[in-house]
Design a protein around this ligand. Sequence first.
Ligand SMILES: *Cc1c(COP(=O)(O)O)cnc(C)c1O
Length: 368
Amino acid sequence: MSAQPIYNFSAGPAVLPEAVLRTAQQEMLDYCGTGFPVMAMSHRSDMFMSILHHAEQDLRRLLNIPNNYKVLFLQGGATTQFNMTAMNLAHGFERIDAVVTGNWSRLAAEQMPLLTDVKVHIAAHGGELFDYKDLPDADNWEISNHSAFVHFAINETVNGLQYQNVPKLSDGMPPLVCDMSSELLSREFNVADYGLIYAGAQKNIGPAGVTVVIIREDLLDRCPKNIPSVFNYRTHIEKDGMYNTPPTYPIYISGLVFRWLQTQGGVKAIEAVNNIKAETLYDAIDGSGGFYINPITANARSKMNVVFKTDSGKLDKLFVQEADLRGLRLLKGYKTVGGMRASLYNAMPLAGVEALVEFMQDFQRRYG
Ligand SMILES: *Cc1c(COP(=O)(O)O)cnc(C)c1O
């Protein structure tokens, strides 16, 4: 009898490709004949510099990052970027325009004015507090051309909403700053539509501990001198990402993920699989005759984080417990949302979604 496969639906830290973990396992004690592990390697050694360089080059290739954009692998998580974006890019401006469509963009809007003189103007609201179900169209964002930037989260990990198209701002509008933590590398997009992009790795890229920042070069002129160096983008750029110790091991694993993604055919190919995965799960929810409910407006549904529930909190709890026994792990929804959440990042195979759908149907037959 073969062992039951385990599928990890965690929202983050989340599933990583098995091939990546096997390579890491093989290289754990002796990286490429050096006789020591990546974890114990000086970040200034040629060996690590090469790991970092290749990770950046591979990411640039995967996302078609234009030459006038810099790439950083920073510590501190996406949360630190809430403050760093404001401290670096809003100096001398009166306000930041923030779009609030869920848990993360709300937290960002709350944090951004701290440690700066800048005010945050809520440019659009996606719904009631803790009850986000729709995404305000970019045409209805209330934006001033005097604002430092416009911040939004393109995929709301907790609430399960995702902008399907990149909001387009008219000419002369401030740069878009985007939290892409739970979707970077899941679909194609045009980097040049943004001023700055950031993403904590532990959702769709690699392990916790590294945050990818992609920033348009001219915006570095805005970084003030009187903020702490470690929070200054310009310091990190000028020191080639070596101002202080970068998160070496998470960068190494992320680099392996980039290479794995290339073997899968790149972002375009994985996007096609991601579309099928999301469609399969939403079809199962919508086809359940109301037994399972996803409350999000159709064109705002996330392809990365699918939230659903039954009409009973008790049944939801049972669902999560029974699914766990079947190898369908970490399906519990976020505390403010409840119910279930299935995260369908790049490393989740279609077979995992099919196993979940099969279980959902079985569960409904027994309790529906
Ligand atoms: C997880 C998450 C964050 C917070 O990331 P940390 O690395 O824990 O700081 C921010 N934004 C989004 C969209 C996320 O999914």
